[in-house]
Design a protein around this ligand. Sequence first.
Ligand SMILES: Cc1ncc(COP(=O)(O)O)c(C=O)c1O
Length: 317
Amino acid sequence: MPNGFSPALLVLRDPLESDAGRSTSVNSTTGKSTSANSASADSVSGFIAVDPDSPVVSALDLGVTRGDGIFETITVVNGMPQALDAHLHRFARSAAMLDLPAPQPETWKKGVFAAVDSRPTVDEAFAKLVYTRGIEGSGIPTGWIYLQQSPDFTTERTEGISVVLLDRGYASSVQRTSPWLLQGAKTLSYAINKAAAREAQRRGADDVIFVSSDGYLLEGPTATIVLKLDDTFVTPRTESGILPGTTQQSIFEIAAVNGYGTAYEMLTPADLRRAESAWLVSSVRNAAPIREIDGEARPIDAGLTEAINAGLAARTI
Ligand SMILES: Cc1ncc(COP(=O)(O)O)c(C=O)c1O
């Protein structure tokens, strides 16, 4: 990492600004509200910049004690947050699924730019937006943005990754039959996703593709699956209880511009095995070609992957 980049941390000043006329600021460590009517430099973005090492979350915050909250991770390439509106749209969708007060997109957008502007421009950074239900009983959410330089994913992007297929234990109808399981929301409850990643490591693989109990491909613990089948880019239908991926959406736009077909389908492990190319795609790591499935090698298309990742890095919105 180049010298001079230290993380930035911004705390949401007025979490309930959606309430008409409300003008309070909440100390997220104590949960106490204070008047914040007076304009200040901080109120320009709606966030307050704090020392990244300072404690900003209470031990009583439901985000910490219950994983009750949501997040987004947004890639910032050369100072340009990628797919920002798509991420904020999904942030609002996740909040609605958890019955959290609606996050204000303009405030969060300004917060992201304030974080980015506060640091030197680097090739790749990421902004993590976190929004929790706040201190138990307060009814006031907690929010913050953390900006950090991204790890180097060159190896994953160029040499590919090995994956194992793991049963997620839910049917592909779970979102419709059991919406309280919050499949398809980007919640802070990622302990299962982390456990699955550790299971992959135990099996000697880099990553996971979850399969539904009725046999359909779903997603990775932190990524969307994209296949190239007969010159069409295909991804699982989001109705199957998976997160709608912003990177996948961008890849579909890039593919369409380049004359490829795109489709959302119910896909099976057999489709994955017969695909001309397969990737796990996500913000920050971007497109990582799959070179091995359950110990079985498969070809990667290095040129196409490079073109996709170049297209992703060139996004200006
Ligand atoms: C479960 C899950 N699916 C898919 C994705 C990919 O989403 P995006 O491309 O918007 O980063 C993520 C991202 O973290 C994820 O956690």
